[in-house]
Each structure stands twice: as C-alpha cells, then as structure tokens.
Design a protein around this ligand. Structure first.
Ligand SMILES: *Cc1c(COP(=O)(O)O)cnc(C)c1O
Length: 437
C-alpha cells in the first residue's frame, strides 16, 4: 500500500479539495478502509464517522448487502444511455420510490448529485408554468437554506452566505426568514407567525408571478442544523398550494431517515409537488439523485412537439449501479429496522442535550431524528467562525469524524452507530465546551 506520507505529498501536488483553503488547511488524512461506523486511515488510526461522511452514509460503510448488489450489477449491465432505453434497476427503483413516497409523487427523474436534483426541480417548475400557458418567473426560498453549488442551486441558497464570490452570476430569488427553534425555546409560535405573515404578504403581491417555493423541510443542514417545527412546514405548504405556487422540498440531506421518518415531509401532513433526494439515496455508495414530481406536473410536459418536453439530461442518468445500491438500501431500512434505531438515537441525543440547556457556553440544543446539534457561545458565529478549525482538530485527535459548521457542533451518524460511539461524541463535545472555550 502507498505510504501515508507519499499520498499526502502527491495529493498536495495534484488534488483540489472541496470547501477547503488549501494554504492553511491541515494535511488531508489518507484513508484506507471503512466498515460500519468506523473509518481506518492508511497509518492505522480509526475514526468514528459521526458525520456520516458528509451526510451520505446511512446503514454503515461497506455494507455487504449493498456492496454485493453493486458488484453483481457491475458485471451484468454497468451503464446504458437512458434516452430511448430502459432497464430493470431503474424501473424497479422508480416504482419502489413512488410507492414509498406515496401521494401522486409518481414520476422519477434521475441525475447525479443533490445540486443537480435541485436544478432539475427549478427547471421543471419553470417549464411547468410555461407549458400551462401561465409563465411564472419568480422563485422564493428561505434565508440560510443551502441547496447546492451549481448556479441555480446557489441562487436559491443566496441566504446561506456561502456564495459571495459568485453574486454576479446568480439570478434574483425572493427570501423569507426561517423560524429556527430548539429544546426549551419559549416562543417558537411567535417567530413562525412572523414568517407566515411575511409569506402571506409576499403571496399577496407576487403570488401570481411565483413559480415555486423551495425549502429544506424540518432541518436546514449546511446553515448549521437549524430546525423548524413540522406544523410550520405544513402551513407554508398550505399557503403555497392555495396560491398555485409549487412546493419543492429539498430533502437531499433530510431524506432517508435523518429526521426520524423516511422523509421529513411525512411529519408535515402534506405532500410536496416536487421532491429532491440524493445523499442517503444510495446509502452513501454511489453518486445519484432523483427529482420526483406529482403526476399532473409530468402530464403538463406531454405534447406533440419537443418544445413541451424537458430538455435536460446527463451522461450517467439512471446509472444501473446507483439504482441497485438504492434498492438494496431501501430493503435494509426494513430488514434492519432502521427507523426504530433512529428513534433510539434521537432519544440518546435528547438525553445528552437536556443537561446542556443550562451550560454557560452552549445555546440552542436541538434534536430531529438522528441529528443532534448545539451552538457554542462565541463572538463570531457562522461558517467562518474561528473556533471551527480548532474544534475539527480537537475531534480528529480523539478519533472522531465531526465537522462543526462554524460554531455549531452536531452528530449525524450512520444508523449502525452504537450507543457507546454516540456517547463518545457527546463526551467530546462536553470536553470541548469545558476546555476550548
Ligand atoms: C448537500 C446538499 C445539496 C447538494 O448536494 P450535492 O450532492 O453536494 O450536490 C443540496 N441540498 C441540500 C439540502 C444538501 O444538504
């Protein structure tokens, strides 16, 4: 095996890492293998993956059932163009997803990553209204929302503050505030009512020009695991529906069990018009995403001429390896009782976070399904908070993969994580509060 030092040297010569200032970042850690909730580096250190490797790993690393499904498919039909052709893995996955999502979320468009799933949703929403003969050119989203790094997704995520360098490339998006809440929050209704009245005003003025509202339901991930109540999401959806504004839910992060149900919208009493899924879709094995729409939206693209069709597609659309990984993962949710396990993870988060409600150096403890989070009391909040890199290094030193978002620390584990491993994460957070701040 290539020694660790050589890998680092050649990496630094030729690799460009995401969301990284290479000049000041610590050396990347060369990884050799992974199993379950544990990652092993080339030099033999182990790390508990309490970040699900950027929120993608669900059942655990290198799960044998998924690995086997991919290996078998790779020797049978690894890839074929998805225009004019189809195959069992895609048909089976589309059918299974439609049944699982319920309602009339019956049409599945495949692409490769979360950002693209969002781009596709926006283009579908825009053309849907055009095809109806009533074009609507505005979009509305929430401050803090993050939807990916392509131009449309960045535009919708302008409120996240990640994209200042690209401001000139972005299109206009209307933004609403976001009523983040936490354990023991005395006034969530107040903040929700304010945002809902913003939305009412907006719909009264711009409703007829607004094509779609985009939101991350229940949890804004990259903004720092900011959580909102299900009733709020439901009321947003209701208002949009009444105004003819399509509801696009970005469940790229919240999908596949993270919030306690398979999809976050299942707690919100309504179906979206369009849903974007990626990250956990293939259990973290293959890059794949889907944009699933209600049947009437799909029907609006029917016609004699190509101009009513969706002019969008990717080289790897519906890649068979991704499809079989996703199918195997959905099986595992049932076989392994993942949702019940997520309930236990949530209870453990709650048990560890409740005492921290009174901690002098921490604020806003919060839990949603498998996600537990808390903010550190520092002068500079946000993604660039100075404490971020220090915390990251502190956790790595302890053998924990945890990537704080600015001054927010959180656990978002794969579901095979043990209670002991979760406690190690929370113990480290408590130690950080007492020694680093
Ligand atoms: C990660 C993420 C995206 C972007 O997905 P990529 O696969 O990184 O392009 C979009 N929306 C949300 C909510 C995400 O968390």
């Amino acid at each position: 095996m290539t020694p660790s030092a050589d890998l680092i040297q050649w990496d630094k010569r030729h690799c460009w890492h995401p969301f990284t200032q290479a000049q000041t970042a610590p050396d990347p850690i060369p990884m050799a293998s992974a199993r379950g909730a544990t990652l092993t580096s080339v030099d033999g250190r182990t790390f508990i993956d309490l970040n699900a490797s950027w929120w993608v790993t669900t059942h655990g690393h290198a799960h044998p059932a998924i690995a086997a499904a991919i290996a078998q498919q790779a020797q049978t039909l690894e890839q074929v163009i998805f225009a004019g052709f189809t195959h069992a893995p895609a048909v089976n996955l589309a059918t299974r997803l439609s049944e699982t999502l319920g309602g009339d979320l019956d049409r599945v468009f495949f692409s490769d990553d979360g950002s693209t799933a969002v781009e596709v949703a926006l283009k579908m929403a825009a053309q849907y209204h055009i095809n109806q003969g009533t074009p609507r050119h505005r979009f509305v989203a929430f401050r803090g929302g993050y939807h990916g790094d392509t131009v449309g997704a960045m535009s919708m995520g302008q409120g996240s503050g990640f994209f200042d360098a690209f401001q000139a490339m972005l299109f206009h998006v209307d933004l609403l505030d976001y009523p983040a809440t936490w354990l023991g929050d005395p006034t969530p209704e107040l903040r929700e009512a304010l945002v809902l009245s913003q939305l009412d005003d907006y719909l009264a003025t711009h409703g007829p020009q607004c094509g779609a509202l985009l939101m991350e339901p229940l949890v804004q991930g990259a903004a720092g695991m900011r959580m909102a109540r299900a009733g709020f999401v439901q009321q947003v959806m209701e208002r949009c529906r009444a105004a003819g504004v399509l509801v696009i839910l970005d469940e790229v992060m919240t999908g596949f069990g993270r919030t306690g149900t398979l999809f976050a919208f299942q707690q919100c009493g309504d179906y979206p018009d369009i849903i974007c899924l990626s990250k956990g879709l293939t259990a973290g094995f293959m890059p794949m995403s889907v944009t699933v729409v209600r049947e009437p939206i799909y029907q609006a693209f029917m016609g004699e001429g190509f101009e009513r069709a969706l002019a969008h597609g990717h080289s790897f659309t519906a890649n068979p390896l991704g499809c079989v990984a996703a199918l195997a993962s959905l099986e595992l949710f049932e076989q392994e009782g993942s949702l019940a396990r997520i309930g236990q993870i949530a209870a453990l988060h709650q048990q560890r976070l409740e005492p921290l409600q009174k901690h002098a150096k921490a604020v806003r403890p919060r839990v949603c399904g498998s996600i537990g989070a808390i903010d550190l009391r520092v002068a500079d909040g946000g993604y660039g908070a100075e404490i971020g890199p220090k915390l990251k290094a502190f956790f790595i030193e302890k053998g924990l993969l945890m990537r704080p978002l600015g001054n927010t620390v959180y656990l978002l584990p794969p579901y095979c994580v043990s209670d002991a491993q979760l406690h190690q994460g929370w113990d480290a957070i408590e130690e950080a509060l007492d020694t680093l701040l």
